[in-house]
Design a protein around this ligand. Structure first.
Ligand SMILES: *[C@@H]1O[C@H](CO)[C@@H](O)[C@H](O)[C@H]1NC(C)=O
Ligand SMILES: *[C@@H]1O[C@H](CO)[C@@H](O)[C@H](O)[C@H]1NC(C)=O
Ligand SMILES: *[C@@H]1O[C@H](CO)[C@@H](O)[C@H](O)[C@H]1NC(C)=O
Length: 458
């Protein structure tokens, strides 16, 4: 019951944030009155707030991914040695988002473990800004810059003290933490190697100027996973706009399989609003689990494909890997830096490992009937050496290829000639032809086999 009450608050606060969207993101004007108000505000905050430090940096141990045993204190070089900081290896800073509970969510330890699993000698530092993150959302959102500033100071100090190349620093921020990472990257003296934004928060950041949110300027390479960017009462939890060099939208960036929003809607009668918030949180946090999956299942890395929109991707139009049109989802992504953000799409399973295989089918057929009068429905079954997928319903996009139809009288209205298949993951192309062209009639089953002269039919 307690947990449900907390979730209830979560939902209300998101709605309550609506009126503040514009006013809170404005930076204070540099006027005396504002300075006066700020110092007044500070006075009150000092009174209320016993936590003076905004952020703490806990270097976790591979054997104790859940525990904060050693803090790195900027300005105190002994703390590096005491925590066994290895200045020649990669350094990850894991940055959480908004949490009313004031406790780390369970994904944090899973992320720490997965990072150590992949990079044994790394330094995995958990940034603890819980004291600010547990405020009401608009306040927590406003604190992201101050927290980013503290992280920037840590980065500057580490660089100065250890001569560590900043290319080795990788910030991983979830939700509000993604914007914290953005501020940290832009406020650090030199650029860090990489920032990964895991479903960066949308409220208070959507449409903002690049220097007030995560942006490609914040690191040499910025990659982003968007998993809850469906708008909800005109706002979305995750940011919709691209904010990195590569922005990947799994399942269109909105409904994530296994997060049961439809089941949730059915449950509303019984559980009211809790059902929705559960589903939304599941979608938001899916970004984290996709990244953890990519660390743990290196050999099963999912691929994402560049496409002009999710609708085009859904129609199977974008499975090419030519000219870096495809990339690896998650940790092993290939760094590409274009002036404009590259938007990519992928589908996932409902649970880990999330990777699926994508196939594009081009079915060439001719018909005497105009396409608007046709409503063909096609189901597909795939049989392979590694598994089977039966009775998949296909979404059809018909392209008129038969305008030159000569109208030989024929008993069949529709004739299928060839089926071309492109497998996204292997980039393998196959062409299937009718086994027995003379006997074709779509009222009965037609068998297709790999064309013997495939090289010519291409
Ligand atoms: C530090 O990391 C490097 C690899 O980045 C590794 O070779 C070395 O053994 C590590 N040092 C210690 C003391 O663990
Ligand atoms: C999602 O809903 C379906 C049916 O509505 C149910 O069978 C399934 O267990 C649910 N999954 C989760 C993760 O809640
Ligand atoms: C991960 O990326 C590196 C460097 O791009 C590459 O050498 C390695 O093969 C990749 N791993 C997998 C499993 O693809």
């Amino acid at each position: 019951m307690k947990a449900s009450q907390v979730r209830f608050v979560y939902f209300l606060v998101l709605n309550a944030a609506v009126p503040y969207v514009t006013s809170l993101t404005e930076e204070p004007a540099d006027s005396r009155l504002d300075n006066f108000l700020d110092s007044l505000k500070d006075l009150f905050e000092h009174k209320d707030d016993t936590h003076q430090t905004t952020a703490r940096f806990s270097l976790r141990k591979p054997s104790r991914p859940d525990d904060d045993l050693c803090y790195i204190v900027p300005g105190n070089p002994d703390s590096l040695a005491a925590c066994s900081f290895n200045s020649t290896s990669k350094t990850f800073l894991v940055i959480h988002g908004w949490m009313l509970s004031g406790m780390f969510e369970s994904w944090v330890a899973k992320m720490v473990s997965a990072l150590y699993e992949r990079e044994q000698s790394a330094n995995v530092i958990v940034v603890d800004w819980l004291s600010s993150a547990q405020n009401h959302y608009p306040i927590a959102a406003k604190k992201t810059k101050a927290v980013g500033q503290e992280i920037a100071r840590l980065i500057d100090w580490i660089e100065e003290t250890t001569n560590m190349p900043l290319e080795n620093i990788h910030l991983i921020g979830y939700s509000l933490g993604a914007h914290v990472a953005g501020f940290a990257g832009s406020l650090a003296t030199n650029k860090v190697g990489r920032i990964t934004g895991l479903d960066p928060a949308g409220l208070n950041f959507e449409g903002e100027h690049a220097h007030r949110r995560l942006s490609p300027d914040d690191a040499h390479f910025v990659d982003v996973l968007h998993t809850s960017s469906r708008s909800f009462l005109g706002l979305s939890i995750g940011i919709q706009q691209p904010v990195g060099h590569v922005d990947i939208y799994p399942n269109g960036g909105s409904f994530q399989p296994g997060c049961n929003l439809s089941g949730g809607l059915k449950n509303i009668a019984n559980f009211g609003i809790f059902a929705i918030t559960d589903a939304v949180k599941c979608q938001h946090e899916r970004s984290v689990h996709l990244f953890i999956d990519s660390l743990l299942n290196e050999q099963e890395a999912a691929k994402a494909y560049r496409c002009s929109s999710n609708a085009m991707f859904d129609r199977g139009m974008c499975l090419s890997c030519r000219k870096s049109r495809c990339n690896t989802v998650g940790y092993n992504i290939t760094k590409i830096r274009k002036a404009r953000s590259v938007q990519m799409y992928t589908k996932t399973r409902p649970s880990m490992p999330f990777r699926v295989y994508h196939y594009q089918l081009k079915i060439h057929f001719t018909s005497k009937v105009h396409r608007s009068e046709m409503e063909p429905s096609i189901t597909l079954s795939l049989y392979g050496t590694k598994g089977e997928a039966e009775n998949l319903e296909l979404k059809l996009m018909l392209n008129m290829i038969s305008s030159w139809w000569t109208g030989h009288s024929d008993s069949a209205n529709v004739k299928v000639h060839k089926i071309r298949i492109l497998a996204g993951e292997t980039q393998q192309k196959m062409v299937f032809c009718v086994k027995d062209p003379e006997a074709q009639s779509l009222t009965q089953e037609v068998t297709f086999v790999k064309c013997k002269d495939a090289w010519r039919t291409n």
